[in-house]
Design a protein around this ligand. Structure first.
Ligand code: CTP
Length: 403
């Protein structure tokens, strides 16, 4: 593997010599990029001797291909690791700055990037740094947890760079995961390129009057992740979204609706063009018999009110009954007897596949992670708890294989 090692300014920079040695010993190729700060702590020549390559440090290098060393380096690397990663580097990466070779390479790459932060304990625990760390994790950077102990500045606490051996092991692990991920994507692309997917997502709001409605706690994240993954896998995706505050995944056609009835109408005009329909929306089963035109006022002496509800159409069951139906995948959000209830919904609604998940206290709704059991008439498989994006990948692989 080709490893680009970024070294930034910090006393721990000397430990990265050992990291270089470990990587070379394991048969990897290493090129080192140093920041100006790093060179205050350690001589580039030491890295050159260990890696067998001159250290790169200049954004504008006339000796490199067309003077664009950052692009050439970004293409060269299979993986980037920055060790030590200073507080300043984390801040620059968060902002997407590109004012030196290392940050520019990080901006110009789609390869996995691992960061091994090292800094004074107060700099590490500072809210600014912690917010940078969180955001970088969300963007897909792998952040190693700094070690605790005595620091170069004489203080004791969290902020020491992890030992080279643990960084090296984490790098190997990341590479393995990256490889598996790439395999999963090529499989997904094989299954979904050119296919058409219709997805419903989020809750529906059933209006009582102009200011009140019946809704539910669905965030829409699962359905949006499914749309996102399918589009990235090359499918033509139409996403019918209930009221949610989520950004439209790129390459996805989005149609916003509010009520179950509106969702039903849009599904009716779109299902026939789809190869697969995924009903991830938490559709309200009932709506107020009448939605009042004016705000309902409380009258003096009124102690009780009754709201009359009528049944909404079952959208997914309707799709599953059509002659030219697509492959139909439902969801069953349950608080108990998850698999049993899901199985009976699979049968009663004539679905091809159903994804069961447990909802309730700290599970399912409004969260970024989830655990799913995918059930068909003769097969059942459970994906362990992971992000909804990962679950969407696994689910689309199952569904894609089935149809
Ligand atoms: N669904 C639908 N239209 C409805 C209700 C549900 O299309 N009016 C779909 C959901 O998008 C989901 C599946 O049906 O894919 C299961 O929904 P759920 O609300 O859990 O099932 P219900 O049949 O409503 O059963 P219950 O509320 O009793 O659990």
């Amino acid at each position: 593997m080709k490893i680009l090692l970024g070294v930034t300014g910090g006393i721990a920079a000397y430990k990265s010599l050992e990291l270089t040695r470990l990587c070379i010993k394991a048969g990897h190729e290493v090129q080192v990029v140093m920041t100006a700060g790093a060179k205050e702590f350690i001589q580039p020549l030491s890295f050159q001797a260990l890696s067998g390559h001159p250290v790169r440090d200049s954004l504008f290098d006339a000796n490199q291909e067309a003077g664009m060393g950052h692009i050439e380096l970004a293409r060269w690397a299979d993986q980037i690791v920055i060790a030590p990663a200073s507080a300043e580097t984390l801040a620059k990466l968060r902002l997407g700055r590109a004012d030196d070779l290392l940050t520019t390479v990080c901006l110009a790459t789609d390869r996995p990037i691992m960061l091994a932060p090292a800094m004074n304990r107060l700099m590490w625990s500072n809210q600014a740094t912690q917010e940078n760390v969180e955001l970088l994790k969300q963007r897909g950077f792998t952040l190693l947890q700094p070690d605790s102990g005595e620091q170069a500045c004489g203080e004791v606490g969290e902020g020491r760079m992890p030992e080279p051996q643990s960084i090296f092991e984490a790098l190997q692990e990341l590479q393995k995961r990256h490889f598996e991920n790439q395999q999963a994507w090529s499989k997904l692309k094989e299954l979904w390129t050119g296919k058409s997917l219709l997805v419903t997502a989020g809750p529906t709001y059933e209006d009582i009057d102009p200011v009140r409605f019946i809704g539910n706690r669905s965030s829409g994240k699962m359905g949006f992740s499914i749309a996102d993954v399918a589009a990235k896998a090359g499918a033509k995706v139409t996403l019918i979204a209930g009221p949610v505050s989520l950004a439209t995944p790129s390459g996805v056609e989005r149609i916003d609706v509010r009520s179950a009835q509106q969702m039903f109408e849009v599904v009716q005009t779109h299902y026939a063009q789809a190869d697969c329909f995924v009903g991830a929306a938490a559709v309200a089963d009932f709506r107020p018999a009448q939605s009042q035109q004016q705000k309902i006022k409380k009258r003096a002496g009124l102690e009780q009110m009754t709201l009359e509800l009528v049944k909404n159409p079952d959208i997914i069951a309707w799709v599953a009954q059509q002659d030219n139906k697509p492959f139909v995948v439902g969801f069953a959000a349950e608080t108990e007897n998850v698999v049993d209830y899901a199985r009976s919904k699979l049968k009663s609604k004539h679905l091809d596949m159903i994804c069961a998940n447990q909802v309730g206290e700290n599970q399912g709704f409004e969260r970024d992670d989830n655990s799913l059991t995918v059930i068909t008439a003769n097969h059942q498989t459970t994906f362990p708890n992971s992000s909804k994006f990962q679950q969407a990948m696994a689910l689309l692989q199952e569904a894609g294989q089935k149809f």
